[in-house]
Design a protein around this ligand. Structure first.
Ligand code: HEC
Length: 181
């Protein structure tokens, strides 16, 4: 009787919280089963922002004065011609872009950039960023998409700084080069 009750309780706990697995971010299978600290909800190393566009960020103070100029929102096609990537592609820049992409873009664009992220079905399916169309886009075009958004895609504005947006461009370019698509 007692054994049966214990089994039911154990099953209920497992169903409530799920089984920690490598997929959930635990370092390896042994850790995921034996170390409570690798429980998926606590392990935030690889967690994804659930509503990346809904974060409240602080706007610059009203009295602040831009010292390095103010960014003007350019039309995407104008930006494609006028803006050039000031950050050379390097391992560090690509890694920075990778981590930002994972946090902010994967929900829609998916890990593989194919437009199959977990929330993509709620929106218009995003284009495959590794496909010919995006490969042919200019850096400035992609940069403007990230900073100011698209028709459905949210604007990242202050949440992604100009510098971070260029790191993302470098990361997307890197993936396009490495991908067989
Ligand atoms: C809420 C879902 C969503 C998120 C989050 C999102 N995107 Fe998008 N993205 C889209 C959709 C939908 C489109 C295509 C339609 C449009 O213009 O909105 C798109 C289009 C794009 C394009 C244009 C591709 C082309 O060739 O036309 C780029 C580049 C892009 N996204 C990059 C990113 C990056 C980088 C991030 C992370 C900072 C990101 N997106 C986050 C949904 C999203």
């Amino acid at each position: 009787m007692l054994k049966g009750t214990l089994a039911v309780v154990a099953l209920a706990i497992l169903t409530m919280f799920g089984v920690p697995s490598v997929r959930h971010g635990a370092r390896d299978l042994k850790n995921s089963w034996t170390r409570w600290s690798y429980f998926p909800i606590r392990d935030m190393r690889r967690s994804v922002a659930l509503q990346p566009q809904k974060v409240v960020y602080r706007l610059p103070d009203d009295a602040s004065v831009p010292t390095i100029g103010k960014e003007v929102e350019l039309d995407r096609d104008v930006a494609a011609e006028k803006l050039h990537n000031p950050i050379p592609s390097s391992d560090a820049s690509i890694a920075r872009g990778d981590s930002l992409f994972h946090k902010l873009c994967v929900p829609c664009h998916g890990r593989s950039m194919a437009g199959d992220g977990p929330v993509a079905a709620q929106f218009m399916t995003p284009p495959d960023l590794l496909a010919q169309q995006t490969r042919e886009r200019k850096d400035g075009f992609i940069y403007t998409y990230i900073r100011h958004g698209g028709v459905v895609m949210p604007s990242y504005g202050f949440q992604v700084s100009a510098e971070e947006a260029w790191h993302l461009v470098n990361f997307i370019r890197h993936q396009q080069k490495m991908s067989p698509r």
